[in-house]
Design a protein. Structure first.
Length: 99
């Protein structure tokens, strides 16, 4: 059985409610790695992306909150550039995380 293909997604959010923001951040940790306070990198299959979208939809207020999901092609994901305090994640020199 073939392994499902994964794509790197960048999830960024702007949520004014502390409660909703915390809930979303905690849930996003189940899908990927926090790289900034309101930015996550998630390597997902199509099925996991659908699950993540359902999860986000259930947690946000679509009249106040803004969540963006950017897909990065394989070539783009290999050219992540980080400046400042970020450090590389174990096992993948192209992905970075903020300590």
């Amino acid at each position: 059985m073939p392994i499902p293909a994964k794509t790197l997604y960048l999830i960024a959010y702007d949520i004014p409610s502390q409660k909703r923001r915390t809930r979303l951040a905690n849930r996003l940790e189940d899908f990927g790695v926090r790289v900034q306070k309101s930015v996550f990198e998630c390597e997902l299959t199509a099925d996991l992306l659908r699950e993540l979208r359902r999860c986000i939809t259930s947690l946000i207020d679509d009249t106040e909150d803004n969540v963006r999901i950017y897909s990065l092609c394989g070539e783009c994901a290999g050219h992540v550039d980080s400046l400042g305090t970020a450090h590389f994640l174990e096992g993948d020199p192209d992905l970075v995380a903020v300590p």
